[in-house]
Write a protein of this length. Structure first.
Length: 290
């Protein structure tokens, strides 16, 4: 069981939990919040993300990207703890269960949400799946931003309110940026290995220094968005509490300013970035509820 947990990578699930919860929380002030739909939405999206993690590991192994020397992925196949076929089968089962739950939600809340779900599944499949395999072409960050930013948050909002919202779209941008920063941390850490594997990530295409600049931007711009949203009354003044996460953000950014310790620090940068995304999201959700 521990190897399945390792393959699913629970530390990344905040990428789903935060936007889905935020989308639902936004409608509380409108008096249309439904706990049941939030729970169903969370389960569905967690199943999809877990399936994506498993199938991506399968694809990375098949494409010789995942080896015992890899720092990224779970390496459960490369270390012969599980087989690629097992990952693919279980991942497919999780997608099937999520599909059924999506049909149930859509039957209650309208088929527009089913279309959103299908778009999400198609996008995450194209991340490493043939023929697009966007991760290997330096376009994976686009998928991550769309799926775990606007699509997840606005989809969750629609399930609750049966309409779309400009406020939800705006809020999805900083959350999507921080989630994309997790991927960028992965890419920066794995640059040498990815080059040997013959794939092109954004950092490989634009170079290490520019890749680090992109990471800094993905970490800092959400705070700029936060200031603007408070100023224009999109968010309540309570949202300043999110700035309590700035020390963590600064610590992550400083990873690149100490070459002597960079190798050891960058190995954990993806996990630290996921923690930052979770902290930012939890405080943002709390500020909306207050």
């Amino acid at each position: 069981m521990k190897f399945w947990i390792r393959a699913i990578r629970p530390h990344t699930l905040s990428a789903t939990i935060i936007p889905v919860t935020m989308g639902a929380v936004l409608v509380i002030k409108e008096g249309v919040f439904h706990w049941g739909y939030l729970l169903l939405s969370l389960i569905t999206m967690i199943l999809i993300q877990s399936a994506v993690n498993l199938i991506n590991d399968h694809d990375d192994y098949i494409n010789k990207v995942d080896t015992k020397e890899s720092l990224g992925s779970s390496r459960v196949v490369a270390e012969e703890k599980l087989t690629a076929k097992e990952l693919y089968i279980v991942g497919s089962i999780l997608v099937a269960v999520a599909f059924v739950l999506g049909v149930i939600i859509s039957a209650q809340r309208g088929w527009f949400i089913f279309v959103i779900g299908l778009c999400g599944i198609a996008l995450v499949y194209s991340y490493t799946g043939k023929p697009l395999r966007l991760k290997y072409r330096g376009l994976g960050f686009i998928i991550i931003f769309i799926v775990f930013g606007p699509l997840a948050l606005m989809g969750s909002y629609y399930v609750q309110a049966l309409t779309l919202s400009r406020e939800a779209l705006i809020l999805s941008i900083p959350i999507g940026m921080l989630t994309t920063a997790i991927l960028q941390a992965n890419d920066l850490r794995d640059m040498q290995h990815d080059k040997l594997a013959g794939i092109k990530t954004l950092s490989i295409i634009i170079g290490k220094e520019r890749g680090e600049t992109v990471y800094r931007g993905l970490i800092l711009l959400p705070y700029a968005f936060l200031i603007a949203m408070i100023f224009f009354d999109t968010l309540p003044n309570w949202s300043v509490m999110v700035f309590l996460t700035l020390p963590s953000a600064n610590s992550n950014i400083k990873t690149f300013s100490n070459p002597g310790k960079m190798t050891s620090n960058i190995i954990e940068l993806d996990k630290k970035t996921a923690q930052l995304q979770a902290q930012f999201g939890v405080l943002l959700i709390a500020s909306v509820l207050l």
